[in-house]
Design a protein around this ligand. Structure first.
Ligand SMILES: [Zn+2]
Length: 286
């Protein structure tokens, strides 16, 4: 499943090919993905210029003067910029034809858990309301996302500390709560807690300010590292041969229950927090 680093890598891969280009036609090969595709996509998008490709949490926004197309990759979705004559496959559900060069932006999604929605100008789509701040620092890649955190909250150790006071939920569940911070999925929560030496089972309210600073730094480090790696391991976004793959990460904890801890060599523990498998070192993480 694409996590924040894959979505960000996708954004960076596509942006040079679509930003500044006009959408000349919209082809929908089915009326719905995870949800019905709103009529505005076909009615308003043709003739509009894509001013920017932004990311908010795991959504991509294609901004135009008429509004923004909002796309989620779901479990198996991918985007590529292809020659318009590239044969259409069974799972190629949407094409946006781009002016100049005879190319289309094509959305492929075998499992159809992805979504394509519409956000009118000056509004925030309901799915994007109430989200916590982005975990990557402002200016991480160009201008900070406008209105990224409607609350004005900025992600960091002191923010996590403040939000966690009195909370009894395990710190891992707290970190994965999109209302607290977006885009920290199971893999990256496990890796960041390992790097920060914090047990995922510890109550969120019982983690000190100092340790939340370590944790916030670790979240940024694991996500940034994954994005850097993604830039080199994701396949070409403008190649017709196959969809861009999701990248393998070098992981210390996630998926390694029972294997030796990379730091101390003791077997890593595994338990369930909510619906999520959780792996940690009982010696290095307290
Ligand atoms: Zn250990």
């Amino acid at each position: 499943m694409p996590e924040l680093p894959e979505v960000e890598t996708t954004r960076r891969g596509l942006a040079p090919h679509v930003e500044g280009r006009q959408v000349t036609a919209v082809t929908l090969r089915r009326p719905d993905l995870r949800w019905p595709i709103p009529p505005e996509l076909s009615a308003l998008l043709p003739g509009q210029r894509i001013e920017a490709v932004r990311r908010r949490a795991k959504y991509l926004l294609f901004d135009t003067a008429a509004g923004s197309a909002l796309l989620h990759l779901g479990m198996s979705g991918s985007l590529r910029v292809l020659p318009a004559e590239t044969p259409v496959g069974t799972h190629d559900h949407v094409d946006l034809a781009l002016e100049g060069g005879g190319r289309v932006l094509r959305f492929t999604d075998p499992r159809r858990f992805g979504s394509l929605l519409w956000q009118p100008p000056g509004t925030t789509h309901p799915l994007l309301r109430g989200l916590g701040p982005e975990p990557l620092p402002p200016g991480f890649d160009g201008p900070a996302f406008a209105g990224a955190a409607s609350s004005g909250a900025v992600f960091g150790g002191d923010y996590l500390f403040a939000r966690s006071r009195g909370r009894k939920v395990p710190v891992k569940a707290f970190l994965m709560d999109q209302r607290i911070v977006v885009g920290v999925g199971n893999i990256y929560a496990a890796e960041a807690l390992f790097a920060a030496g914090i047990s995922p089972l510890r109550a969120a309210g019982r983690v000190s300010r100092e340790r939340y600073r370590l944790l916030a730094d670790a979240v940024q480090a694991v996500l940034s590292h994954a994005i850097e790696r993604g830039g080199t391991t994701l396949r070409d976004f403008i190649s017709p041969d196959g969809a861009p793959g999701y990248f393998e990460q070098e992981l210390s904890a996630y998926g390694r229950g029972g294997a030796p801890c990379p730091t101390c060599g003791r077997p890593l523990k595994q338990a369930w927090i909510g619906q999520r498998a959780t792996v940690w070192c009982g010696h290095c993480q307290r």
